[in-house]
Write a protein that binds this ligand. Sequence first.
Ligand SMILES: [Cu+2]
Length: 348
Amino acid sequence: MMKRWQFVKRLAPLMLVMTLVLAACGREDLSALNPQGPVAQQQYDLMKLSILIMGIVIAVVFLLTLFVIIRFRRRPGDNTIPKQIEGNHKLEIVWTVIPVIMLVILAVPTLQSVFALGKDYRNDPEALQVKVIAHQFWWEFEYPDLGITTAQELVIPAGKKVMVELISNDVIHSFWIPALAGKIDTNPGGIKNIMYFSAPEGVFLGKCAEFCGPSHSLMDFKVKSVSESSFDRWTVAMKEPTALPTDPDIASALESQCLTCHAVGPENSPYPSLKGIGSRESVGGVLVNTEDPKYGHEGTTYDNLYNWIKNNETIKPDNHMAGAYELSEEEMKGIAEYLTNLTLDFED
Ligand SMILES: [Cu+2]
């Protein structure tokens, strides 16, 4: 008995540290336990139901065990063997039927949700259709009905059903917006997966949830859910042409070094579209444009763009930009400034 207490005492500090470390992982915007929108809410309700059932089972089993340990413990001088209950039909029926009932209570809403959340709204004119194409290590969002392609930031109208059809351009990734919906894999080889969700107004963090290479953990994106009128203004702004830098040196550097892979205007490009990049919440998905130290990288949009152009290989290892261009210090600054001003005026 003494030894066991020593063991618990020794483990206690480790438990405490683990609790603190694991609690620190629970950033609010990355938690499925803070559901935003109906799909996440339905999934959260299922979690609550299953935890409730588990809790009841644990409570009943523990209480019964405690009761039996105390009530039927061996008393001094008592050497009789307790009554044996092997083959007791009544008991066997009870402990078979109760779990079956509990599983049915869990199975009915689970199956209902599985089918409801797997519904295909690709032909629903009320739903916003988006094609998601995952790349190492960024996200492409195509709005086929609107003729718009963007990257890293999925802009949607609040409250509207968003139907995503997902594929991958290279390896398997997984599309996950913890606050809005469950995870869904993106497959190479044109195998399409689908999912739908909707969101209240706000910005929600998305992650790649499938190990896909050196920068897997940095494959972040945002869902920006805005009012219907803001969304309409965004769709108009996204189709307008973009002027090149007024400084001819910066313009020629941009064209020869950047626009071979990217586009600043509404046209398609093989790598992330830079149209309206000055209005995005982050650069490269991970450099959040904020002075809030909570994100680790404090920086304005300009700071982050400059830092990204200069150091993207260290910021996001194995991304395809490294070594693909050559820019002088002046050109990097000029391009960062130009991109900072590529804003879209659409929010309320
Ligand atoms: Cu990935």
